[in-house]
Design a protein around this ligand. Structure first.
Ligand code: NAG
Ligand code: NAG
Ligand code: NAG
Ligand code: NAG
Ligand code: NAG
Length: 356
């Protein structure tokens, strides 16, 4: 087996295990309980915090455990405009609802240069700058993460800090983010089961400088309305391998996008991608836009109405090459301009066509 398929297989097995465990089950090593203005954190039978500060109670619980141990937060409350930090080897499970504020440039929860952190369950509300902010994470596992936001960005992997490796996500549901639901940078080895984005300002899932990725479903409803983002976007050399090649290494089973702005958008020297199926309807901007990308396949699906399916190019980068698109396109148009290199169209449906 290649290293990649081994990584994927182990990541996907891990996802199954995560999904089967209900929040708070078993015997956590530390707990946060209480409500209103009275919270307590306990490690085993010892109190590690008692008072009115929800954030302090959670951080005290996190700081009390060692690697391989787990904190369960049963209480709901607000951490305000502040940050919780999770260090290596710790499992953080939130069964209550964590309300957060906006700490400029920071995450409500941060994982930085840490290995084997796991967040099997989390429900977050509020308007974080970043709900989760991550960099330099190795063997990170995110399980069922629900963010019902009034603004901000859901999950962000940083651009200008250390890269991450072997990251898995089970089901990430984000509603109401002003920016992206999930924005990734600099990950080698990413396995995502589902990203569900509803009424999100920018992207549903944005992959940048990510290699060896496997994504089950990206499902966006009213994502990126009125701007150039998309339910699924590949950008900034996404899928470019360290040897400079674009051999297929980013695999997406299915993309669903309704309304909003773009459906699928590949740009700025990204590629190495295979999308098995697309179901795109009434997108307010291009249903599909591929611009300066290399080795991209869309293997099937439907486009109903919405903005045109387009291959285009900017002069600053090499033109599209090795693109293959099979789609039924109705009540829309398909355009290739300028002509790319080794482009294979297999379009059915009533769409108007202007290809090379
Ligand atoms: C990540 O997990 C794998 C097994 O799944 C293990 O072999 C490896 O050492 C772990 N890496 C780190 C950095 O902990
Ligand atoms: C999301 O939040 C809004 C407003 O806070 C609330 O009305 C809605 O019921 C919440 N939805 C979910 C799925 O939690
Ligand atoms: C957070 O605050 C910064 C400035 O302090 C602002 O630019 C940004 O729009 C705010 N974000 C949200 C989600 O409120
Ligand atoms: C195209 O649009 C027309 C008018 O809105 C609609 O009746 C028809 O079902 C659409 N065709 C397809 C194949 O989606
Ligand atoms: C073209 O698309 C049809 C479905 O419309 C499919 O059956 C066929 O296999 C495709 N051909 C190629 C070469 O991909």
């Amino acid at each position: 087996m290649t290293r990649f398929s081994f990584l994927l297989a182990s990541a996907l097995l891990g996802l199954t295990a995560t999904a089967q465990t209900p929040c708070g089950s078993g015997t956590p090593d530390a707990k946060v309980e209480g409500s209103g203005s009275s919270f307590r954190a306990t490690k085993g039978s010892s109190a590690v915090y008692s008072g009115s500060d929800y954030r302090a109670a959670i951080q005290a619980a996190l700081d009390s455990i060692s690697t391989g141990q787990r904190v369960v937060v049963l209480a709901s409350g607000s951490i305000g405009a502040s940050t919780l930090t999770i260090t290596s080897g710790k499992t953080f499970e939130v069964c209550g609802t964590l309300n957060v504020g906006n700490k400029s440039g920071r995450g409500a929860i941060e994982v930085t240069n840490a290995a084997d952190v796991s967040i099997p369950h989390l429900t977050m509300t509020g308007n974080p700058y970043f709900g989760l902010r991550i960099s330099g994470a190795r063997n990170l596992s995110l399980g069922r993460i629900t963010m019902n936001l009034s603004g901000g960005l859901g999950i962000r992997f940083d651009r200008d800090r250390d890269p991450s490796a072997n990251v898995k996500m089970d089901v990430i549901s984000v509603t109401g983010a002003g920016s992206h639901a999930v924005e990734t940078w600099n990950i080698d080895g990413l396995a995502i089961n589902q990203v569900i984005a509803r009424n999100v300002g920018e992207c549903g899932l944005l992959l940048q400088k990510v290699t060896n990725a496997k994504v089950g479903l990206v499902d966006g409803d009213n994502v990126a309305a009125g701007n150039g983002y998309a339910t699924l976007r590949f950008a900034n050399e996404n899928g470019k391998l360290p040897n400079g090649q674009y051999t297929a290494n980013v695999f997406v089973d299915k993309v669903v996008s309704r309304g909003g702005g773009r459906g699928i958008f590949c740009v700025s020297q990204s590629g190495g991608a295979v999308i098995e199926r697309a179901e795109l309807s009434s997108n307010g901007n291009n249903a599909v836009l591929i611009e300066n990308c290399y080795n991209v396949q869309i293997r099937g699906g439907t486009v109903s109405g919405g903005g045109e399916v387009r291959l285009s190019a900017r002069s600053e980068f090499a033109n599209n090459r090795d693109i293959s698109i099979t789609l039924a396109v109705n009540n829309n148009s398909v355009r290739e301009s300028p002509c790319g290199q080794n482009i294979k169209w297999n379009i059915s449906g009533n769409a108007k066509r202007q290809t090379c």
